[in-house]
Design a protein around this ligand. Structure first.
Ligand SMILES: [Zn+2]
Length: 288
């Protein structure tokens, strides 16, 4: 199967009351680890890269690897560009073969967010590519986008409705109290706000800052309408910790084919746990 747009995948998740886990991958081994998790659990999968990773590897290499994953597994797999503020880079990624993009203009006033999102929608719709936008501001650090906790702003349900009407965007990430990175305490998620937005917005909703949210809170958010959960920080910590452990035990190790093995396995295990949590295990068959 070729890479799919995530639109239908996420609409099915929303109506089926589960979420598709979306993983930020930075290396071939991370991409293979989450793909193996999808094979083992027969889950739909969204591979993601941030702008930093696109700059690091180049969109063409990422598309090539993701395409192999989709072709070889036959699973519904989408490739998504996470948190992009640059219209030209979005166009470049769509041209390279990304099947989903996020325009993050949430740092701008409402009207400017609408304008930028609508502009991306025009290009993406023509290419059959899914678009995700953000309303409110998710706190924390994602690449070079830094939002102070005090500046984090929750999405207003009325504005969400207006935003959807004005942009027609496929998927919406409303800020509801989660943050990027690892939480210092328990995250302060506004579940009533999720319910209120979900009641009025039929499109799939996206949960950002999925790393380290307690299991029961994830399940509640998903049951209320969150149809995609992003996992970034937790995944790269799992990957890096295993590599650190190898070098701590054997500083002379110099073969990536050795020291990457436990790291890839850790990524696979964590991805399987997250898929279980999202309720998307066994849902790959739904897409065919
Ligand atoms: Zn995010």
């Amino acid at each position: 199967m070729p890479l799919l747009s995530s639109t239908r995948m996420l609409q099915q998740a929303r109506s089926g009351k589960y979420a598709v886990a979306a993983f930020n991958v930075h290396t071939l081994e991370m991409l293979q680890g989450v793909t193996e998790a999808a094979i083992e659990t027969q889950s739909p999968l969204i591979l993601q890269s941030t702008v930093g990773t696109v700059n690091h590897l180049g969109p063409e290499y990422i598309v090539a690897a993701a395409t192999v994953a989709a072709n070889q597994t036959g699973l519904p797999i989408a490739l998504h560009l996470d948190h992009c503020t640059d219209f030209n880079l979005i166009v470049r990624c769509i041209r390279a073969g990304y099947t989903s993009v996020m325009i993050d203009a949430s740092m701008h006033p409402f009207e400017e967010n609408v304008r930028q999102t609508a502009k991306v929608m025009e290009v993406a719709e023509a290419a059959g590519v899914n678009v995700e936008a953000e309303l409110g501001k998710v706190g924390g650090v994602e690449d070079d986008i830094i939002v102070d906790e005090l500046d984090a702003l929750l999405a207003d349900p009325d504005e969400c409705v207006k935003f959807m009407d004005l942009t027609g965007v496929h998927t919406l990430a409303p800020a509801i109290g989660t943050a990027h990175g690892i939480y210092k305490g328990t995250p302060n998620i506004d579940f009533a706000r999720i319910a209120s937005i979900a009641e009025r917005v039929a499109a799939p909703l996206v949960l950002h800052g999925g790393s380290g949210i307690p299991a029961e809170q994830v399940k509640l958010a998903v049951s209320l309408g969150m149809a995609k959960m992003n996992i970034a920080t937790e995944l790269r910590i799992a990957f890096s910790d295993e590599i650190k452990a190898v070098f701590a035990n054997k500083p002379s190790e110099n073969d990536p084919r050795t020291y990457m093995v436990p790291a890839k396995q850790a990524v696979k295990q964590l991805a399987m746990d997250k898929m279980q949590l999202c309720g998307c295990v066994g849902k790959a068959i739904d897409m065919r």
